[in-house]
Design a protein around this ligand. Sequence first.
Ligand SMILES: [Zn+2]
Ligand SMILES: [Zn+2]
Ligand SMILES: [Zn+2]
Length: 443
Amino acid sequence: MKIEYAFDVEDRIFQPKDYIYINYRKINNQDVLPYFIFLNTAVGVKVRKITTRRLWLLEDKFKRRLHDLIHSQLIGTNGTNIQTVIGLEEACDGCVKCSNIAKKCLEYGPLRISTLQTMTYSKNYKKLHVTDKLFEDIAEYCISKSKNKEECFKELDKTILSTISCDKLALWINENRVIPNEGTDLKFDHRHMPREVIDIILRKWNVKSLKLCMLHMTKEHMCNVKWMQYDYFTRVRLNDPYLKTKQSDLKFSHVEVSLSYSSNCVRDLGNRQLIVNQPKGYDNFIPNIRRMFPTDKITMDLSHWYDIARTDIEKKMSTILQVVTMEQHQNLSLDIKFFVESGIVKKLNEETNKEDLLGIAPGYVLQENRLHCFKKSSPFNGNNGPEVFLDNKWIGRRFQVDHAENRFHFKLDVYIKEKELEERLDKKLLQEYPDSFVGHFYA
Ligand SMILES: [Zn+2]
Ligand SMILES: [Zn+2]
Ligand SMILES: [Zn+2]
């Protein structure tokens, strides 16, 4: 079951609203309890999985009530049927009810430090979620319990227990964090993380694969800075120059990167020169992943919300290729799903004042594959969310780059909404440009 607060990503002013989406359907505050009771009694559902998103953006009273209703109505005190709970601690910052449920789940998180400290039992999780803020909290907790570096790392060793293991670790990383007391000149950026905290978690929990979720907004946007006053921990950022990043000796089967809710990282992967904003160094992203989380397989999805999915497909494909091959990768299979707006396939020719259809960027080879997928979305009408989020079909084509000598294989799957393809078909233009990029979507 999915319970989320949704807003129009285009609109940057957030007003707490009095409704929430439950399984993509709008439910008003006062209807939540009757709806949960209905599910329990009339339908008799046994909720196994609860994913909540952005509940922290709700008005305080509604948020607390919803947190408590989820526990009392959907999970139950014994949590007999529950297997997955994601995001609920965003509403309470960690509480006893939540940490009790963490113990019952196969997938849980993101953990607040108070929940982590209750995990003294022995358990194999399928998946645990942690945030960049948790790493800072752990570092500062260990510093507070010790007098020198040696004691600090002993404390770290006692805090992360190897009785816990998890097959997959999801890291939630906020791209827009600020340092407190910086005055009015706030710089929104991805911030340093204590490397040794990350490494000990990966090691002691015996993590086999990772998911990195880059988020342009989370509840925890304020950094802890105290740990940086001590010289105990190595500082890492995924957007720092990669040559400075120490190579880890761990190995992971797969690193999955979700950029569906990213803004900076997505932007920097598709733009080399930015006119308005400074690039934030995310062209170092893949080389840094391979140093911190060594793997031969990276998959990524680039969303259609932000800057890169709108103009000039040819240029974007070229830039993406340039960025992903910035370092010559050995033994890497990289799959990127790129969701674009249909306007990206053409460009206004200023001389003729006509629209030209763009081609496929050099270096890529079109593959035979016919791809499709579904994503939920519906338009917002001003301040009013849609009654229901509907499935939209996306059509995809695969473009591939192989450097056999390095065993580097890069697949770029570009997706366009089926509806946009149908509505904006210009047969004359397509005939005029028989080798256009978009032409392959109709073939
Ligand atoms: Zn809680
Ligand atoms: Zn740095
Ligand atoms: Zn080559």
